[in-house]
Design a binder for this molecule. Structure first.
Ligand SMILES: Nc1ncnc2c1ncn2[C@@H]1O[C@H](COP(=O)(O)OP(=O)(O)OP(=O)(O)O)[C@@H](O)[C@H]1O
Length: 226
């Protein structure tokens, strides 16, 4: 799977956020997107997964595995996203939260249970099915949130500062957990972060978004080296 941005620009309310972006994210590759606050990083990810809810227009194209993404409704894009405040449903158990991520075509109950159990073992959370999310640590919650995203079998992964609120020690562990899974599944991954350590760990190209609203039109839109 590859994610390809071709001269993509995004305007909100008629105002263009950043200079046109052209780059390709290959399977298992993590491209880091950095830029000033307000330069449009989150809006870019929201657009890619079909969740941008503001009045926007775009130019250029986004191809996922060679096919134009724009005409697809969010549920058919199969682009997974993970946020800084990834909330688990508080009224559901950990297992039910994870089952929520499973593709609807996996109807068989025991197959669903087995998938959830396998994912939990994989994350070092064996037997956590019936736990209340409120009883989990921040790191455990972060892992469950990633598992839920991955169980939906995304074709690409978008990470919107998912480590920003974690304590430093935990951040390294969760980051490596997320990156290892993204690479193992061969997902093209876009990481939005302000943290240079994240970019270093991603070990891929870095794209700098320059905010046009700051009167700085110099966004290269091309990946540089990390
Ligand atoms: N809810 C909103 N309604 C209208 N405009 C918004 C809204 N949220 C953001 N914007 C506008 O969209 C622009 C891009 O915001 P976005 O959140 O994508 O930037 P960002 O680069 O992710 O910023 P940050 O690093 O602070 O998270 C902002 O400059 C702001 O003007």
């Amino acid at each position: 799977m590859t994610l390809e941005l071709q001269s993509l620009s995004l305007s909100l309310g008629g105002r263009r956020l950043f200079a046109p972006l052209s780059f390709t994210v290959r399977d298992g590759e993590i491209v880091t997107v950095m830029g000033a606050s307000g330069s449009g990083k989150s809006s870019l990810l929201d657009f890619l997964c079909g969740m941008l809810d503001r009045n926007f227009t775009t130019e250029g194209r986004v191809l996922l595995d060679g096919a134009d993404l724009a005409p697809l409704p969010p549920e058919r894009r199969r682009v997974g996203i993970l946020f800084q405040d990834d909330l688990l449903f508080p009224h559901l158990s950990v297992g039910e939260n994870l089952a929520f991520g499973l593709p609807p075509d996996l109807r068989n109950r025991s197959a669903r249970r087995a998938e959830v159990a396998r994912a939990l073992v994989d994350a070092g959370l064996e037997g956590f099915e019936s736990r209340d999310p409120a009883t989990l640590s921040g790191g455990q919650r972060a892992r469950v949130a990633l598992l839920r995203t991955l169980l939906a079998q995304p074709r690409a992964l978008l990470l919107d500062e998912p480590f920003a609120k974690l304590d430093v020690g935990l951040r390294d562990r969760i980051r490596s957990f997320v990156f290892t899974h993204a690479r193992a599944k061969g997902l093209p991954t876009l990481l939005v972060t302000h943290d240079p350590d994240d970019a270093r760990a991603a070990a891929g190209p870095v794209v700098a978004l320059a905010s046009l609203s700051d009167g700085n039109p110099a966004g290269s839109g091309e990946p540089g080296s990390s």
